[in-house]
Design a protein around this ligand. Structure first.
Ligand code: IPE
Ligand code: IPE
Ligand code: MG
Length: 248
């Protein structure tokens, strides 16, 4: 029997600050250790043949953190963009960024665009980095895009349905995440992919992000493989293959 593998995994990488605090170190040390865990997580997806990985790196709300921490995080982003992109490209990773890009400094925005352009044709792993991202903002932006079409007389409001709105949200060209992982022990979505997670399997661990390793990732996959995804149907219907298609 083939074990179902998620086509798309979305992760809230939480707990960097606490990881550092436990070691009586400044929070930025935790973010640095977190960046190493990102690399190992990407390696794992490539090795296991997971086609899409979306990582929550920085939320719209994270702009409210102390400026010292924001500065350190921006330096880390810039460093990671300078260091990692060429190697990811070599390995066939397509990189893209979702979120409010205009809030980043020009040097970061430029490198984001360069990384996207360079890797646009890659197919081994679709890596999406959510940076200055908020799920509500994502939905609001989709609504605004449709409203513009209506105002311009190009769209009948009655034609707006879930498919059309969904097509205007981030990552609409990818399958919705099958598996959501949150490290760090909190049981919440924190304004991550609100629309896209509608039928995603949720998996939480107490482990802090810098300690998230491939064994734990495998544990999440094993748990995922044991879940029954019913999409509103009964177990018997699912067993008899009655569902017409997997929605979303
Ligand atoms: C997640 O770790 C990384 C970012 C939000 C940028 P945190 O920095 O939230 O770590 P904790 O939750 O304070 O431990
Ligand atoms: C969520 O973590 C955002 C990222 C991991 C980038 P937070 O640490 O910001 O979430 P809350 O504040 O605990 O909900
Ligand atoms: Mg946190």
């Amino acid at each position: 029997m083939t074990v179902p593998l998620p086509r798309h995994v979305a992760i809230i990488m939480d707990g960097n600050g606490r990881w550092a605090q436990q070691r009586f170190r400044p929070r930025v040390i935790g973010h640095r250790a977190g960046a190493r865990a990102v690399n190992s997580c990407i390696d794992f997806c490539i090795a296991r043949g997971i086609g899409a990985l979306t990582l929550f790196a920085f939320s719209s709300e994270n702009w409210g953190r102390p400026s010292q921490e924001i500065d350190a995080l921006m330096k880390l982003f810039l460093g990671a963009l300078e260091r990692e992109v060429a190697e990811l490209h070599r390995r066939g990773v397509r990189i893209r960024f979702i979120g409010e890009r205009s809030r980043f400094a020009e040097a970061i925005r430029q490198r984001m665009t360069n990384a996207e352009t360079l890797t646009a044709g890659n197919q081994v792993l679709q890596l999406s980095i959510a940076a200055s991202y908020g799920g509500r903002q994502d939905i609001a932006e989709a609504a605004r895009a449709l409203a513009r079409e209506v105002a311009a007389g190009r769209l009948d409001p009655e034609a707006i349905d879930e498919t059309l709105l969904g097509a205007h949200t981030a990552l609409s060209d990818l399958p919705a995440p099958d598996l959501f992982i949150r490290t760090g022990g909190d049981f919440r979505i924190s304004n991550f992919l609100l629309w896209q997670l509608a039928y995603t399997e949720l998996w939480f661990t107490q482990t802090l992000w810098p300690d998230f390793d491939q064994d734990l990732f495998q544990q999440a996959l094993d748990d995922y493989a044991r879940r029954e995804r019913r999409y509103g149907l009964t177990s018997a219907q699912v067993a008899s293959g009655q569902q017409e298609s997997t929605p979303l």
